[in-house]
Design a protein around this ligand. Structure first.
Ligand code: ADP
Length: 261
């Protein structure tokens, strides 16, 4: 209740001198959180000071991806929470306030809004060049509130090549347009699979849908990431792929980071 009371009361401009990138997708399971984590670390590798907020309060997954599962955030006073350090970036997630990962959170909007406000205003971020936000999937209340609360943010859309994913990503892009948030571009994930035996490129989920959505939204595809077993394994191990020297997928994440800076 204390949290819900605070929702929307603080109205100062947030992150005035920071580039804010909100990473969203039309639906879950397309690799949005994986891309958020890799991109945040790619920006850090380029020499920037980076923060990452997991705004998916109910469905958080960033602690697992960054290997900070079980690390508890600490409050040093009533309005100051210290972020968690992970591989050189600062991060906060609901997971850093939970002692068990598999407990269902059943909070409604006002509570979620209060927690987000605390993540934005009460976490001691210090100076950041880039703040990357992992949005919950879809066009629901939370992604909408986040984009409205930080209107300087730019939306980065993640989709897979399937038409079902691309079209719902298009809807999120449309929502951003309605609230006058710029679209930074689209990242197509699981674009193709390279056969480890014959090196042939297989377009398992098809081709062309992402280009069509990019055209409708008047934006561009910033990169195409392969379906890669290592990306899945690295995520499970808490050491995102971009940290691996000489890895092909790592290079693609770095190229995308360079494109957006
Ligand atoms: P979302 O945030 O969109 O729900 P996640 O980032 O949690 O999706 O990814 C869903 C699953 O797909 C995870 O198990 C993740 O490791 C895996 N994954 C994501 N991107 C890739 C990829 N390019 N290749 C292989 N597995 C991937």
């Amino acid at each position: 209740q204390a949290l819900s009371k605070r929702f929307g009361q603080k109205r100062e401009v947030l992150f005035e001198n920071t580039h804010v990138i909100a990473v969203g997708s039309g639906k879950g399971g397309v690799g949005k959180s994986t891309i958020t984590a890799n991109l945040a670390l790619a920006l850090h590798k380029l020499g920037y000071k980076v923060g990452l907020i997991d705004t998916d309060i109910l469905g958080y997954s960033i602690p697992r991806l960054l290997g900070t599962k079980g690390k508890q955030a600490t409050a040093i006073d009533e309005h100051t929470i210290m972020p968690i350090e992970a591989h050189g970036i600062k991060t906060i997630s609901m997971g850093n306030f939970m002692s068990e990962e598999d407990v269902a959170l059943i909070w409604r909007g006002p509570i979620l809004g209060g927690i987000l406000e605390q993540f934005f205003s009460d976490v001691y971020w210090g100076d950041l060049d880039y703040l990357v936000l992992d949005l919950p999937p879809g066009t629901g209340d939370v992604p909408l509130s986040v984009l409205q609360r930080i209107p300087t943010s730019k939306l980065l859309l993640v989709t897979t090549p399937q038409s079902s994913a691309a079209h719902v990503a298009g809807r999120l892009g449309n929502m951003a347009e309605k609230v006058k948030v710029d679209i930074l571009g689209i990242i197509e994930n699981m674009s193709y699979f390279i056969c480890p035996n014959c090196s042939a490129k297989h377009y398992i989920f098809g081709q062309g849908e992402t280009e069509a959505i990019a055209k409708i939204l008047n934006t561009e595809i910033l990169g195409q990431i392969p379906l890669d077993i290592e990306i899945r394994q690295d995520s499970d191990n808490g050491v995102p792929t971009v940290l691996k020297e000489g890895d092909n997928s790592a290079k693609i994440y770095m190229d995308i980071a360079e494109r957006i800076t």
